[in-house]
Design a protein around this ligand. Sequence first.
Ligand code: NAD
Length: 307
Amino acid sequence: MRILVTGGAGFIGSNIADAFVARGDDVVVLDDLSTGREANVPRQARLEKHDIRSPGAQKVIATFRPDVLCHLAAQLDVRKSVADPAYDADVNVVGSLRLFESCRTAGTRRVLFSSTGGAIYGEQDVHPCDETHPERPVSPYGVAKLAVEKYLHYYSVVYGFKATCLRYANVYGPRQSPHGEAGVVAIFARKLLNGEVPVVNGDGAQTRDFVFVGDVVRANVLALEKDLTGSFNVGTGVETSVVQLYDAIRKAVGSDVLAKHAPAKLGEQMRSSLDASLLERRAGFRPRTPLDEGLRATVDYFRTSDV
Ligand code: NAD
């Protein structure tokens, strides 16, 4: 298949691009390298360096005419979305629409969209929550992701798009950037390996559902192969507190450095975990990588990488 992976130079996108290349697909990566790295792009894939909102991106779609759009490119800094909601919407909503319009003209009907569980549901009524939980995003980033899911519904009804929206929990693994505000696993691992003291916001009792990138890749491939449409959670259902996570990373690194605690971040979500049993029922998906194993693989990556 001809597959266009937007954001394919980034953390999750490049791991997905690797999997498509391994399947024998013809992969083009569309990425402006704003947070991604050329070195992440598989050698067998072609990198097209464009912003998803640009005429250059439209041209790539018109000439490549992909069978599948796997869309990950995004502004994914939640705090930035709060500071500048219009910019967030411009990249995440308008940018996505520009891609979908180009796809419509080029005859592309299959879309895999990287959405978010944590940011779409907001503070949950039940833990873990499934896809029937009310959508109450409390950040412009979450609103934008939900809007794109709704637009994809529109495109499916009106233009026959077949779209799978995969709502990820907190993804971690090799190639995650340790330089942003998010990506707590990458940040802790990189700091501990550098001999620095990591900072935990608040008491560290806030919980997240950490899912290994290899499992997220498999969810994308399964969604395509099983021809799934609709929205699906991708998570483990297991809540891990930041303090527990820190200890597990410390063990994987072999460090005895204790974290510093800083004041809690205002408005930070307290708990988050996703029930992915719908994806299990529909596609046989189950996360396979236990946290300890995934953390070891991630720490090993950071030991040998220059990021
Ligand atoms: P990432 O920053 O590593 O990847 C994003 C990629 O998109 C980068 O390579 C970046 O250069 C590219 N990009 C950004 N803006 C662009 C633009 N305007 N035009 C072209 N390319 C652009 O982040 P990631 O963690 O791999 O996230 C990938 C996707 O998964 C995003 O859509 C994100 O919202 C979603 N997601 C991630 C997580 C997580 O825990 N990391 C959780 C839920 C959803």
